[in-house]
Design a protein around this ligand. Structure first.
Ligand SMILES: NC(=O)c1ccc[n+]([C@@H]2O[C@H](COP(=O)([O-])OP(=O)(O)OC[C@H]3O[C@@H](n4cnc5c(N)ncnc54)[C@H](OP(=O)(O)O)[C@@H]3O)[C@@H](O)[C@H]2O)c1
Length: 337
């Protein structure tokens, strides 16, 4: 049955219209490759420099992506006058130190998710950026997608009625040679895939009063699977994340009057549906996409924010990144209690 309810339009502007920043890439690995491809394919942003711990890797990445300046140390990126903003794409354990070093050198920073390994580290980055008067942001790219702008409007319109339940899952099978199995790089699902479900739950229900979590190990040192229940004044979020299996990776928001269902992978570009309790479904119709179809939205939001003289995204402020990491801290605390 078709619903009489109609979805709002996305308010996300054309990414090509954003003011141009000169970007440097720090840590030319898996996500950095996709970030640069996403910028080149969808925006007028300039990637002017790349920094690696080794000169040969920097040169290789620069050559592959048509980047002018290749630096064999990260410090050389921080002192490069041709750079406006540093995209930190190193492993989670390095985000805090690399973001603080870039900020200390007067650069704006966009840091891959998670902003840090815990809420205290994330708050330190926020404080340092505030004191230095530079932009800092977490590249929680999902939050910047046009699809999530429509979802945000649906949720804030109140059409679903009081929201009582959020269900979100993110599971992906990884082989043992991936960095997600490395305990020295804060491996396990929680900081990688779990940030998506925790961030989504926070964006819908806010800060939970209580957090209960349980785990199954993958190895002696690494979590394999974590399931958590977050209980707040308005409702519960039931979350699951795993590196042991591929899971549906769907998200659902259930209100008294309607349900919003995001098919997997919920955190990427794609469709979703709103089904009203009284009958009828309305669908947001979008081609499914991968990181290269969406990472650039966080980057152009940074460009627009900086150009407007502001130092924090209004779509995904630093307080949201800190609050998400607070949930993650409390999941860890519940597991080890
Ligand atoms: N937004 C998304 O969809 C998405 C997807 C995947 C990952 N991520 C995030 O992006 C970050 C990087 O993940 P990735 O999968 O791209 O990792 P990756 O392929 O291992 O790349 C990380 C890069 O960081 C550098 N690095 C600096 N210190 C390092 C250390 N101690 N150990 C290993 N490498 C180090 C390395 O480059 P050099 O040695 O050349 O400097 C390496 O290539 C993670 O925080 C992850 O959560 C986001």
């Amino acid at each position: 049955m078709t619903s009489t309810y109609s979805l709002p339009q996305s308010r996300v502007p054309d990414p090509r219209d954003a003011p141009t920043l000169r970007w440097a890439i720090l840590g030319p690995g898996w996500i950095a490759t996709r970030f640069v491809e996403s910028l080149h394919r969808n925006t007028s942003q300039q990637v002017v420099a790349v920094g690696s711990r080794t000169a040969a890797r920097a040169e290789q990445f620069a050559l592959a992506h048509g980047i002018e300046r290749a630096h064999g140390t990260y410090d050389a990126v921080f002192t490069d006058d041709a750079v406006d903003i540093v995209y930190v794409a190193t492993p989670h354990t390095e985000h805090r130190a690399h973001a603080l070093a870039a900020i200390a050198a007067g650069k704006h920073v966009l840091v891959e998710k998670p902003l840090a390994v815990d809420a205290a580290g994330a708050a330190e980055i926020a404080d340092a950026a505030g004191a230095a008067g530079v932009f800092a942001g977490e590249a929680m790219w999902t939050r910047f997608l046009p699809k999530f702008d429509v979802i945000e409007q649906v949720l804030s319109s109140g059409v679903l009625g009081p929201i009582h339940t959020v269900l979100a899952d993110h599971g992906e099978f990884f082989t043992r040679d991936h960095r997600i199995y490395d305990p020295t790089l804060a491996g396990g699902p929680l900081l990688d895939l779990g940030t998506y479900v925790a961030s989504f739950a926070y964006s819908v229900l806010g800060r939970p009063d209580t957090v209960y979590a349980t785990r199954r190990p993958a190895t002696e040192d690494i979590d394999g699977q974590i399931s958590a229940v977050l209980s707040g004044p308005d409702g519960h979020a039931v979350l699951n994340t795993t590196i042991l299996t591929d899971t549906p990776t769907t998200a659902t928001v259930c209100g008294r009057d309607g349900t919003l269902t995001i098919p997997g992978p919920f955190f990427m570009p794609g469709s979703f549906a709103v089904t009203m309790r009284g009958g009828g479904t309305v669908e947001y119709d979008e081609q499914p996409g991968l990181q290269v179809d969406g990472l650039h939205y966080a980057a152009v939001d940074a460009a627009r924010t900086i150009d407007a003289g502001r130092r924090e995204s209004s779509i995904h402020p630093l307080s949201d990144a800190v609050a998400t990491l607070d949930i993650i801290d409390r999941i860890r605390a519940s597991i080890s209690a």
